[in-house]
Ligand binder design. Structure first.
Ligand code: G3H
Ligand code: ZN
Length: 287
């Protein structure tokens, strides 16, 4: 049902464009992302974090929501369903549930243990045709004030040799809103890693708020998947706020209390923000 994305991302890396990986947070997000993919006729990677899955009611509910909505919206582009930043147990659960892709995020473990666990996940996933993403180095956390850590070229080679399909590398990127004074992506390290693993799609986490030139340069060097969450949350928030503040004076049909109306401008804003990112990433339409 879901595409595992392996060909999609390999082609992206080979041809120097990227495909967006967007987090879902609820029903509206899911709808907005599917809508954006269908309208642009581009492949979609829709992903859920452990926190968002808990909020939504579990991994099975997320999977059923995405697949049922694909049916009801007649989605005709490939959709990849990915677990984002999974721990070992959630990765196993999603593999058994039929997600087509999982990220095992072992960055908090010592490298040896990260590698050993990643290998176990790879074995389980590959037996079922499921794709695996691993993380090396450390992606910074703006909210947790946790600094990033550059991924090493050695680790990149080791994890690719172990069979990972996609590799998320710490290259100065940060989750959440980028702090003032952020020094930018480390292109030198990205280039070194890209040269060491010339076919593996590299993943840029923390894709919200990176200036366009840096996004384009990162793609030209080997980034093939860009993870975006905060950017769409800000778009949703801005449009929702505007709708509420406009009130009934400007809009005679304004019913601020009806969720089907209240949540619509924000939902549309997610689709618009997604289309903008697709144009930055140069994702080609499927004919
Ligand atoms: O895995 C998710 C992404 O890395 C999202 O990061 O919220 O900073 O866009 P972001
Ligand atoms: Zn991330």
């Amino acid at each position: 049902y879901f595409d595992n994305g392996n060909e999609i991302f390999k082609q992206a890396r080979r041809n120097h464009y990227a495909v967006g990986a967007y987090n879902t947070n609820n029903l509206e997000w899911t709808k907005a992302l599917l809508q954006g993919a269908e309208e642009t006729r581009t492949p979609l990677l829709i992903q859920v974090s452990t926190g968002a899955a808990k909020y939504m009611g579990g991994y099975k509910l997320v999977k059923d929501l995405v697949s049922d909505m694909m049916d009801s919206m007649n989605i005709s582009v490939p959709v990849i369903l990915n677990l984002d930043h999974g721990d070992y147990d959630s990765a196993v659960e999603c593999i058994k549930l039929g997600y087509s892709s999982v990220m095992f995020d072992g960055h908090k473990l010592p490298t040896e243990e990260n590698l050993a666990k990643t290998k176990e996940i790879i074995k389980m996933a590959h037996e079922r045709g499921i794709s695996v993403e691993a993380e090396i180095g450390k992606i910074g956390e703006n909210q947790g004030a946790e600094g990033g850590e550059l991924a090493s070229v050695e680790d990149a080679k080791t994890f690719v040799a172990a069979g990972v399909d996609k590799l998320a590398c710490g290259i100065g990127n940060i989750h959440g809103v980028y702090p003032a004074g952020w020094t930018g992506l480390n292109f030198q390290r990205l280039q070194e890693i890209a040269e060491a693993v010339p076919e593996t799609p590299l993943v840029l986490h923390g894709g919200s708020g990176i200036p366009r030139e840096q996004v384009e340069k990162a793609i030209s060097l080997g980034i093939a998947k860009i993870n975006i969450n905060t950017e769409f949350q800000l778009a949703f928030q801005g449009a929702t706020r505007k709708y509420i503040e406009a009130g009934s004076d400007q809009d005679k049909d304004h019913k601020g209390y009806d969720p089907r109306k209240l949540l619509l401008p924000g939902t549309e804003a997610i689709t618009d923000a997604m289309k903008e990112m697709i144009s930055w990433m140069g994702t080609p339409s499927i004919d």
